[in-house]
Design a protein around this ligand. Structure first.
Ligand code: SF4
Length: 117
């Protein structure tokens, strides 16, 4: 996730000055605005969306079907164990299950389960 943010910022840092410089070479203000919007979407926003979808797809199993996915220390947006500051994987749990604590979703489903009994 950090890579996605970093490269989005880098692309922004390149595109904004580039379109600003391009402004002096284009006579029509409307065409310049069109190029601006197309550049911002095509070079900054669209690649960020694509990379985020690939990130989600790549980490889907870790987010949905590891012990960490039900732990309160797990940050799904970064696929990070916040207690150990490490990224779990399908083969690696930073705490090996010792520090697992029920997450908010787990507590909710337990509470709902008790009401339905
Ligand atoms: S404490 Fe253990 S179970 Fe919980 S997120 Fe970290 S590594 Fe996973």
């Amino acid at each position: 996730m950090g890579d996605i943010v970093f490269w989005t910022i880098m692309r922004t840092a390149v595109v904004i000055p580039a379109v600003w410089i391009l402004r002096s070479y284009i006579d029509s203000q409307q065409i310049w605005w069109l190029i601006c919007f197309m550049s911002i979407y095509g070079i900054i926003i669209h690649p960020a969306i694509i990379h985020y979808k690939l990130f989600e797809q790549k980490n889907k199993d870790i987010i949905e079907s590891t012990l960490c996915s039900s732990c309160k220390h797990f940050d799904k947006t970064a696929v990070l164990c916040m207690k150990h500051d490490k990224h779990p994987s399908m083969e690696f749990l930073p705490c090996e299950g010792i520090d697992w604590e029920p997450g908010y979703n787990q507590v909710d489903s337990d509470v709902k389960g008790n009401y339905s009994d």
